[in-house]
Design a protein around this ligand. Structure first.
Ligand code: EPZ
Length: 455
């Protein structure tokens, strides 16, 4: 068993998932309602932001996923008292923040990338931080150079050590002028979490502006921060002496909502996603409609369904917000295997995010990966050199097979492919899916999926 597999079991165990494998009998449409709660990629950062406050914070709509459990463990290792104050609600008390021993940090960090965001808050609170080498899905080499360059610009001293990085702040961190080479979500969060208590003003150019970033800015503003969002992705942060706690209800998880929408398409089903909101899904909804899906926007969620008949091929490229999110391309690709014709998906954010298509081809899909993209496809903006393209011929009937889940979004896409395939599939390593999809097994059962659990 590889350490990766151990990690999957460990991730599942953090949220009470005791099985490793689903045996899925495909071919049944999914019908029903699923609740989507707070966004994994906001809630985990909001928990880190609580470290910056000198009083209690309350965070609501927190999903029961292992990435939240990882951050909770890291906070508690640093002396933050975290309590479940109500269903889906955490109360975080940062008033006794302390340094943590490396072994304890490493024990909790697991396969998450979030630990890197502890740097700024710990430097402000303690004057030093130790961050173990990071995990995260294997969808590229996931560097942190933008993060470290930004921290140095604030005046932090960064030392690479055998098992991670050690940072110190010889004096109070100072505001800086930072321009990101790429609108990185994580690096933007790194700058925000550091600049809010630095001395003076920070200018951040080419920032990420995803809805999760805007929600984090709202949280920091509630804490007492002064953050200006200018046109063309420039953000100014006026550092303040201190911040207090926040109360906040997270925005919904756009990635989970899009995943269930694609599940409805692929299984020719009809799924009402409670909590989904149109504004944060506009680009996804355009593509969903062009593929031939139907959606209805309601006050309490969005209904996604396959209207019958054929699905249409599309040409899509992933992009930073407000473009088509890179996290949406995996479930979409599965739906495009059922479209009548040739679809092309360019992945322009990560350099290796089509690995999951190998298993789809084993199931009967016809997907070809072009390592350098397809030059003849026109671009709205010049693309990065590291893009790839997937060319999907459809429709191809899918048949069951054995699959080991490779990463979070690819893994969920394998699930929905198996649900659509004829015959039986054995999907193992499903603990990874628990990182980002709350109670996904119960939700599949509620939607009428036909499967058994196996260890
Ligand atoms: C966040 O990852 C999300 N994860 C990802 O979701 C999401 O796909 C991604 O943003 C893009 O929206 C979390 O929020 C925990 P990036 P992040 O920094 O911050 C390169 C999921 O499934 N880069 O925007 O790590 C990087 O290699 C996950 O929920 C550098 O080169 O993404 C990538 O090519 C998957 N140097 C690009 O930027 C750096 O220092 C975008 O990465 C940082 C990033």
């Amino acid at each position: 068993m590889t350490s990766h597999d151990d990690d999957a079991r460990a991730q599942g165990a953090k949220v009470g998932l005791s099985v490793d494998t689903l045996i899925i009998h495909g071919g049944k449409p999914l019908h029903g309602r699923v609740d989507v709660r707070g966004a994994k990629n906001l809630v985990t950062k909001a928990m880190v932001a609580a470290l910056l406050g000198d009083s209690l914070s309350v965070l609501r709509d927190v999903p029961n996923i292992s990435d939240v459990a990882v951050v909770r463990g890291l906070l508690e290792a640093h002396g933050v008292h975290v309590t479940d104050s109500a269903e889906g609600e955490l109360t975080l008390d940062p008033t006794n923040v302390t340094s943590a021993h490396f072994a304890e940090i490493d024990a909790h960090a697991g396969s998450s990338r979030i630990p890197i965001l502890f740097c700024g808050p710990l430097l402000h609170q303690l004057g030093e931080a130790f961050i173990p080498d990071l995990g995260g899905c294997r969808i590229g080499d996931r560097p942190i150079d933008f993060h470290l360059d930004a921290l140095r610009a604030f005046g932090a001293v960064v030392t690479k050590q055998p098992q991670g990085i050690h940072l110190t702040a010889p004096e109070r961190l100072k505001g800086a002028h930072i321009e990101l080479p790429f609108p990185s979500v994580g690096a933007t969060e790194q700058v925000l979490l550091t600049a809010v208590r630095a001395e003076g003003v920070t200018e951040l150019k080419n920032a990420a502006i995803e809805p999760e970033i805007m929600d984090l800015i709202a949280i920091l503003q509630k804490m007492g921060a002064i953050i200006w969002i200018e046109p063309n992705r420039t953000i100014f942060i006026e550092g303040v002496e201190s911040l207090h706690g926040f109360e906040h209800r997270s925005l919904f998880d756009r990635n989970e909502a899009a995943s269930w929408a694609c599940a409805a398409l692929v299984t020719q089903g009809d799924i009402f996603v409670v909590g989904a909101k149109q504004q944060e899904l506009l680009t996804f909804l355009n593509v969903f409609r062009k593929v031939g899906g139907e959606f209805e926007v309601h006050e309490d969620g969005i209904r996604f369904r396959h209207p019958g008949g054929q699905l249409n091929p599309v040409v899509v490229e992933t992009d930073v917000h407000p473009g088509f999110m890179t996290d949406w391309q995996q479930p979409l690709v599965v739906a495009l295997t059922q479209a009548e014709g040739t679809s092309i998906v360019h992945e322009t954010v990560y350099e290796n995010r089509f690995g999951f298509t190998e298993s789809l081809n084993k199931m009967g899909a016809k997907i070809e990966i072009h390592q350098d993209g397809i030059a003849s496809i026109t671009r709205r903006v010049p693309r990065r050199k590291l893009e790839q393209a997937a060319v999907i011929e459809g429709p191809t009937p899918l048949h069951g097979t054995d699959i080991r889940v490779p990463d979070l979004r690819g893994g969920f896409s394998h699930l929905i492919a198996a649900l659509a395939a004829s015959g039986t599939s054995t999907i193992s390593n499903v603990g990874i899916i628990a990182r980002g999809y709350e109670h996904f097994i119960d939700k599949l059962r509620d939607l009428g999926a036909d499967f058994e659990l196996a260890d």
